[in-house]
Design a protein around this ligand. Structure first.
Ligand code: PEP
Ligand code: MN
Length: 328
């Protein structure tokens, strides 16, 4: 529920309403504006209705938030959220952000070469998984904490913030600038709540069979615990089409932009699974209003320990960056 107070309402009155909301076990929100103070009450709609705030003498209007998600909805928060990525980069601002790098951290040399290549081509952040969520337990699982150190070192050496999958929240939080929740973890609600307690950016990838409502409700778990720095990522969903690894649902981008204030990232690498389709889908992502893309690039994709077939060669990444010039 969004509660707009009358102009000039004494802050003590606002406080009293917030306390009333809290006493009922609802979540109170305080959103002071330049002209009006806006309050929020989140929780069971029937309990909120029992407050009869519409007839309160200092209340101008009471409007229900119709979406099932509240904190991440545009109804509550009309302006775009801008998420810091490290100390010098923001995601969701004016610039289209390109996060690039190998699927997995494999060695110091591979990350150094990968970071140099993507930095020289104009990437804004470096990716690399150290705790890899692999379908097969026999596939390369990542280098773990050693991988995080290698990634962080490559990021520092080349002046790039780093993004990595949350295998171990505490370790990843120490080393990375953005914590990536992989598609398989989108509905791991205890993990999402734990990420709500850190302040770093969280890249929440859409589950492979998740609806957009489910994605937005998953984001609500993180924001609800106090971390507003969430980036939503469309990475393709499972459909009946076998020609591509996943079906990249680009209509998700303008849909989410309408419904939510959170910034949107597109991953055309996992979205297609084929390096020849990455460039056109990356351009399509920019054209449909995404705030950035995350692309897998490997110094030598033929030798990659994971996702080599969808990883760009460094010269292909340079060509992609040239095509994205009007956006970056
Ligand atoms: C990845 O980014 O390498 C990855 C494993 O992604 P997803 O969770 O989308 O499959
Ligand atoms: Mn990958």
């Amino acid at each position: 529920m969004i509660i707009v107070l009358k102009p000039g309402t004494d802050p003590k009155e606002a406080q009293a309403i917030l306390e009333q909301i809290e006493r009922l076990g609802l979540k109170p929100l305080f959103m002071p504006g330049t002209e009006r103070v806006v309050l929020g009450a989140l929780g069971d709609e029937r309990v909120i209705a029992s407050l009869h705030l519409e007839s309160h003498p200092h209340v101008e209007s009471v409007t229900p938030i119709l979406a099932p998600y509240k904190l991440v909805s545009r109804e509550l928060h009309p302006h775009d959220t801008v998420v810091p990525l490290g100390d010098h980069t923001v995601f969701g601002g004016e610039r289209f952000i390109v996060i690039a790098g190998p699927c997995a951290v494999e060695s110091r040399e591979q990350m150094d070469q990968g970071a140099r290549a993507v930095k020289e081509a104009g990437a804004s952040a470096l990716r690399g998984g150290a705790f890899k969520p692999r379908t097969s337990p026999y596939a390369f699982q990542g280098l773990g904490e050693e991988g995080l150190e290698i990634l962080a070192q490559a990021g520092r050496a080349h002046g790039l913030p780093v993004v990595t999958d949350v295998g171990d929240v505490a370790a990843v939080e120490r080393h990375a600038d953005a914590l990536q929740v992989g598609a398989r973890n989108m509905q791991n609600y205890r993990l999402l709540q734990a990420l709500g307690h850190c302040r770093k950016a969280v890249i929440l990838k859409r589950g492979m069979a998740a609806t957009l409502n489910e994605l937005l409700l998953a984001a609500e778990y993180i924001v609800g615990e106090g971390n507003p720095n969430v980036i939503l990522c469309e990475r393709g969903i499972k459909t009946y089409e076998p020609a591509t690894r996943n079906t990249l649902d680009l209509s998700a981008v303008p849909y989410i932009k309408q419904k939510s204030h959170l910034p949107v990232l597109v991953d055309p690498s996992h979205g297609t699974g084929r390096r020849d389709l990455v460039e056109p889908m990356a351009c399509a992502a920019a054209a449909c209003g995404a705030d950035g893309i995350m692309v897998e690039v490997h110094p030598d994709p033929a030798l990659a320990l994971s996702d080599g077939e969808q990883s760009l060669y460094p010269d292909q990444f340079r060509a992609l960056m040239r095509r994205l010039k009007p956006f970056v």
